[in-house]
Design a protein around this ligand. Structure first.
Ligand SMILES: Cc1cc2nc3c(=O)[nH]c(=O)nc-3n(C[C@H](O)[C@H](O)[C@H](O)COP(=O)(O)OP(=O)(O)OC[C@H]3O[C@@H](n4cnc5c(N)ncnc54)[C@H](O)[C@@H]3O)c2cc1C
Ligand code: FES
Ligand code: FES
Length: 499
């Protein structure tokens, strides 16, 4: 059954520098459907349809001030209207009119980086995005690995593909950016802004099926007017409801253009991360204060999902196996909910009332996540246990932050994921640690408390027994690491705070 929906405003984007204007594109139509089925540009492939394989990767670009910012994105779970007013490139758009290949394509040929070729358009696009972003900075193997972390190849093997990614810069460049493109984007932005203003100002009369306001007051007014609308940010969770559960949305309210929600503000005692800040940027902000979190950040999905997905989406979705929440709980984070009635702030763990249920009212949105800055004597770590290192969901996640003063634990906060119906705070374990000497005996006792505190279920990722066992083991790992790390982390923090 097709849902009745309000008309949508025209969808306009530049693809390979050519303006496309599409009419009456449903609000829940994916970008991949538009590319393959409406435009018949079939170079972009569909593999998994859930953001997991990278076959559908495209490059999206938008103006940030006068600069073009580009990133790789999974078109299978991106709603088409999300690229309204932007530039887009698919594998068809990279070669020059005279037949010369883009360095990403040429390097793959030279390094024998393709066999059956199904994954190749996706790899080419992730490599083209990397090439564009790297500019003159040398592409290391590590950086290439990061950039290709969302692309799967089942036949060639990754060595030649990584060789190709590292070779691209030795070939004649073919930048996607150009003054002409930026001029076109500026002109397009004006047209889109006029359309958008018309759509959002008629919010009360409910005349647009895809709403993408650009200010917080406009978002809140639209949320109040359309509580039934599907709120979306990066769509890396919601996209799967469309492609896998075949859900339909008569109206979509997109948060990703709201300026206030796209900012990270640093204050002396906390950082405020807007709910629509991408996971990649949000983790960069967290890592700036706590460099030890980098390896955890790199293990959240793959790069295209981190580029599109937001921290607010992870928190609001409330999955018990969501990765950011155990960490944010351990760091003592608060969230700010907003509506036309005003703001309310609460500890992050208070948001969750049950399995994927929150206390957010129908007219509210998650606006900010406030994360305290690190303090002297604090030791923070987060551990993710999953079957694959990259691009996999946690079976168990444990995050700990301890304040240790003269060998005593003065503060303890512990967040856990994958062990209860919601992301959870391990209060009994915190109590078992607080006020105790930081010794092996304390840790062994706290490990038993932690294992007894939750009753995790068995599912395809892990058995309940395994999860309980691992929880305790991770606390033991924290203890072992702390023997060297306390000295180095605390010394580094002391130096930073003195500077
Ligand atoms: C391949 C793949 C790998 C993944 N790997 C991981 C992983 O390793 N760890 C992990 O935790 N997750 C992972 N995810 C899940 C997903 O990427 C994250 O949950 C992401 O943070 C969701 O953010 P989003 O912006 O895409 O949210 P969306 O999909 O846009 O929205 C998710 C939910 O949040 C709500 N929402 C969004 N913004 C707001 C707001 N401001 N106020 C109120 N409600 C809001 C939406 O209404 C919706 O209910 C993965 C997903 C994919 C496809
Ligand atoms: S088709 Fe697999 S990530 Fe899109
Ligand atoms: S070349 Fe066949 S899947 Fe990669």
């Amino acid at each position: 059954m097709t849902l009745r929906q309000a008309p949508t405003k025209p969808l306009r984007f530049l693809k390979g520098g050519v303006l496309h204007t599409l009419h009456e594109v449903p609000p829940d139509r994916t970008l991949l459907e538009v590319l393959r089925e409406d435009l018949h540009h079939t170079g972009t492939k569909e593999g998994c349809g859930e953001g997991d394989c990278g076959a559908c990767t495209v490059v999206v670009g938008h103006l940030h001030g006068s600069k073009l910012q580009t990133h790789a994105a999974n078109s299978c779970i991106k709603l088409a209207h999300a690229v309204d007013g932007m530039a887009l490139w698919t594998v068809e758009d990279l070669g020059a009119p005279d037949g010369r290949l883009h360095p990403a394509q040429e390097a793959l040929v030279q390094c024998h980086g393709s066999q059956c070729g199904f994954c190749t358009p996706g790899f080419v696009m992730s490599m083209a995005a990397l090439c564009e972003q790297a500019g003159d900075t040398p592409i290391t193997r590590e950086r290439a690995q990061q950039a290709l972390s969302g692309n799967l190849c089942r036949c060639t093997g990754y060595r030649p593909i990584l060789d190709a990614a590292c070779r691209m810069q030795s070939l004649p460049p073919a930048p996607l950016d150009s003054p002409v493109l930026r001029k076109q984007l500026k002109a397009l932005a004006k047209v889109v802004a006029v359309d958008k203003a018309a759509a959002t100002s008629h919010a009360q009369s409910a005349d647009s099926a895809y709403l993408a306001p650009s200010t917080l007051p406009a978002l809140l007014a639209l949320r109040q007017a359309h509580p039934e609308a599907q709120l979306v940010a990066g769509c890396t969770d919601v996209g799967l409801w469309v492609t896998k559960q075949h859900r339909q949305f008569a109206r979509v309210l997109d948060t990703t253009r709201v300026e206030e929600l796209r900012q990270v503000d640093r204050y002396p005692h906390h950082i405020a991360i807007g709910a629509a800040v991408s996971l990649q940027d949000a983790f960069a902000a967290l890592v700036k204060d706590r460099p030890q979190l980098q390896s955890f950040a790199d293990r959240f999905a793959g790069l295209p999902v981190r580029n599109a997905g937001t921290l607010g989406g992870n928190v609001a979705n409330g999955s018990p196996i969501g990765d950011s929440m155990p960490l944010l709980i351990a760091l003592g984070s608060h969230i700010v909910l907003a509506s036309t009635r005003g703001y309310r702030e609460m500890p992050l763990e208070s948001l969750y009332t049950g399995y994927r249920q929150t206390c957010m009212a129908a007219d509210e949105v998650l606006a900010y996540i406030k994360v305290p800055r690190p303090q002297r004597g604090q030791l923070a770590r987060v551990y993710k246990i999953s079957k694959r290192t990259e691009d996999d969901i946690s079976a168990v996640c444990l995050a700990l932050q301890l304040q240790i003063h003269k060998g005593q634990v003065t503060q303890a906060s512990v967040g856990a994921g994958g062990v209860a119906a919601t992301p959870a705070r391990a209060r009994a374990t915190e109590a078992a640690l607080r006020g105790q000497p930081w010794t092996e005996a304390t840790v062994r006792a706290a490990m038993e408390t932690l294992r007894a505190e939750f009753s995790p279920i068995s599912d395809m990722r892990a058995s309940g027994d395994y999860r309980r066992q691992v929880l305790g083991n991770l606390l033991w790992r924290f203890w072992l690491e702390s023997q060297g790390a306390i000295a180095t982390d605390i010394h580094r923090l002391d130096l930073e705070l003195q500077a």
